[in-house]
Design a protein around this ligand. Structure first.
Ligand SMILES: C[S@@+](CC[C@H](N)C(=O)[O-])C[C@H]1O[C@@H](n2cnc3c(N)ncnc32)[C@H](O)[C@@H]1O
Length: 196
């Protein structure tokens, strides 16, 4: 089955989880990976789907063996294993990274996310951000795309949990047009949130 057929089949079976009407285009893949430094360490990709961003990461010089792909849909995960045999593909929920059996102490240079955060509860979004950002090296960021006109993480959550989001760019020539946000930690983990 082609990547596109697999995408639409999975979309029909679980529209909320896929959260997109088509795979991302090359311009969006280019933007979301534009700051990836292959020498900064392994890269974590969340919700790779059919692997559009994965291909862009490889084109930027990231070694396939330095890719950790976390994909909830079992059929996407099987296809990713075939397409990227040297990458580590984990068929799991990105909100439960602690259950993913990642190597102890392993830190990533950055994370790229195609997850449909707008379809998720605030609790799930916080679990994804906390789990991901705590596994990034100093200076690492999470790059997240959205079809919305603002950051898919509500500002009250960013503020409360000590995250900072900036607009990294937008691609009008994507279907639908999309924005990419760069999310970092404002303060190290362990500093208490205000509990508002
Ligand atoms: C909007 S699609 C993006 C796919 C691909 N990155 C692209 O841009 O074409 C969202 C992807 O996230 C996956 N996904 C959704 N919820 C997830 C979760 N909790 N954990 C891991 N993957 C998830 C879906 O199965 C799907 O592959």
């Amino acid at each position: 089955m082609s990547n596109t057929s697999l995408f639409f089949r999975t979309l029909l079976a679980n529209p909320r989880m896929v959260g997109a009407i088509a795979p991302s285009g090359a311009m969006l893949a280019n933007l979301i990976t534009s700051e990836v430094d292959p020498s900064a360490g392994p890269v974590l990709e969340l919700g790779p789907g059919t692997g559009v961003f994965t291909e862009a990461l490889l084109a930027r010089g990231v070694c396939e063996k330095d890719l950790m792909l976390v994909e909830h849909a079992a059929n996407f995960a099987s296809m990713l294993r075939e397409r990227f045999p040297a990458a580590r593909v984990i068929s799991a929920d990105a909100a439960r990274l602690e259950a993913c059996d990642l190597p102890e102490g392993m830190l990533f240079g950055c994370a790229i996310s195609g997850l449909p955060l707008l379809n998720m509860s605030p609790k799930t979004v916080v679990a994804i951000l906390t789990g991901t950002l705590s596994r990034l090296r100093q200076g690492g960021a999470l790059y997240q795309f959205t079809y919305g006109v603002r950051c898919p993480v509500p500002y009250r959550l960013l503020d409360r949990f000590g995250f900072k989001a900036t607009l990294h760019g937008q691609v009008l020539r994507n279907f639908p047009p999309a924005r990419v946000y760069k999310i970092v930690r404002r303060r190290p983990f362990g500093h208490a949130a205000t509990g508002r």
